[in-house]
Design a protein around this ligand. Structure first.
Ligand SMILES: NC(=O)c1ccc[n+]([C@@H]2O[C@H](COP(=O)([O-])OP(=O)(O)OC[C@H]3O[C@@H](n4cnc5c(N)ncnc54)[C@H](O)[C@@H]3O)[C@@H](O)[C@H]2O)c1
Ligand SMILES: O=P(O)(O)OC[C@H](O)CO
Length: 339
């Protein structure tokens, strides 16, 4: 085992709690920071996060706190695990508290709308003297705390980050692979949320296996095409943070994005669907942001366009399904490299 380090995980939702607990189980002093002091005190007291992961005991090395300074100032590694909407705000709060040379890792799977900024790019913009990484992969928080065998990816161009994060997270139930394509890994995590909504919607519609296989495969083609245009490595999309996470979230109702799609497919409004979930479903905003970017770049993304039309333009699913099957002229080539 590696030397004992002090780690802070910022964001006391499902994933922050699951990641903090893995590190605590591995023997490191781990702060789990949440903004609500009452909730933090309760988690610390009952050794459980009842709101997000009820029934799972928190390891004794985990300290739930609402004191951001105490959590961050002595930490060697800081994970940020809040929804993308709050990411820049939390990063700014943390900036003056970080130890020089510390490692900061994003686990957030979203995109900031202004100028299409990924979370690790926000870290680059807002922080000095830190080493940056991204953790992403097919990782349901609930299955992590159940110690189901799980794999994830640490992406960084900094070997020190890769080695440290593998050391503090790896166990016999959690394996961490490395990848130097930070942009691709991060983009994969954000894009798959869109297709999870599509697949949830299709499932509510009662689609068969043929349709599901078609949707999954065309989702992968579409996200890979977009990512290549954005400069990501196409190979990344064949890995855990690409097709791995796509399969996970497009086939399971443990995914909040899938559940949003399922609820809308059953006839609920988007607002009702999001409210019912009560946790973040990043794909709802990401579809907006990606549609805009794809139009700007001239990348053909029929599933993104179709989902946007259903969610935000009042177009019926039947109409979109028919349109997708008929295709547009010259779009039935399986591998389109140009657009
Ligand atoms: N849940 C998973 O299985 C999972 C797995 C991998 C990655 N992720 C990603 O991790 C991110 C967080 O997901 P989650 O599942 O933990 O979400 P969640 O909705 O369960 O929890 C988010 C937490 O962030 C807190 N928060 C929101 N705004 C904040 C702010 N301004 N300051 C402090 N805290 C704030 C909320 O109070 C909540 O505790 C998302 O981008 C998600 O896509 C989730
Ligand atoms: O519940 P979702 O849809 O946000 O998915 C959670 C994770 O991203 C799965 O890897």
């Amino acid at each position: 085992m590696t030397d004992q380090l002090t780690i802070a995980v910022l964001g006391g939702g499902s994933f922050g709690t699951a990641i903090a607990n893995i590190i605590a189980v591995n023997g490191h002093k781990t702060y789990l920071w949440m903004r609500d002091a009452e909730r933090a005190a309760r988690c610390q007291d009952i050794r459980e996060n009842p709101e997000y992961l009820p029934g799972y005991k928190l390891n004794d090395n985990l300290i739930a706190t609402a004191d951001l300074q105490a959590a961050v100032e002595s930490s060697d590694v800081v994970f940020i695990s809040v929804p993308s909407k709050s990411f820049r705000d939390v990063t700014r709060k943390v900036a003056p508290l970080l130890k020089a040379d510390s490692i900061v890792v994003s686990t957030t799977k979203g995109i900031e709308p202004e100028s299409f900024t990924l979370m690790s790019q926000i870290l680059e913009q807002e922080l000095d003297d830190v080493h940056i990484g991204v953790l992403s992969g097919p990782n349901f928080a609930k299955e992590i705390v159940q110690q189901q065998q799980t794999a994830s990816v640490i992406a960084s161009d900094d070997e020190q980050v890769i080695e440290c994060i593998q050391n503090i997270l790896c166990s016999d139930s959690f394996r961490v692979y490395s990848n130097h394509d930070r942009y691709g890994v991060e983009l994969g995590g954000a894009l798959k949320n869109i297709y999870a909504i599509v697949c949830g919607m299709a499932a509510a519609w009662g689609t068969g296996h043929n349709t599901q296989a078609m949707l999954l495969t065309r989702s992968l083609a579409e996200m890979g095409r977009f990512a290549s245009h954005m400069g990501a490595d196409a190979m990344t999309f064949l890995g855990l943070a690409g097709v791995g996470d796509l399969i996970l979230t497009c086939t399971s109702d443990l995914s909040r994005n899938y559940r949003v799609g399922f609820a809308v497919g059953q006839g609920k409004t988007l607002e009702q669907a999001v409210e019912e979930i009560g946790q973040v479903a990043e794909g709802v905003n990401t579809v907006h942001i990606v549609k805009q970017k794809a139009e700007e770049l001239g990348v053909y993304m029929p599933l993104v366009t179709g989902l946007h039309a259903v969610l935000f333009e009042g177009v019926g699913v039947e109409h979109i399904a028919r349109k997708l099957m008929m295709g547009e002229q010259n779009t039935d080539v399986e591998f389109q490299t140009k657009n």
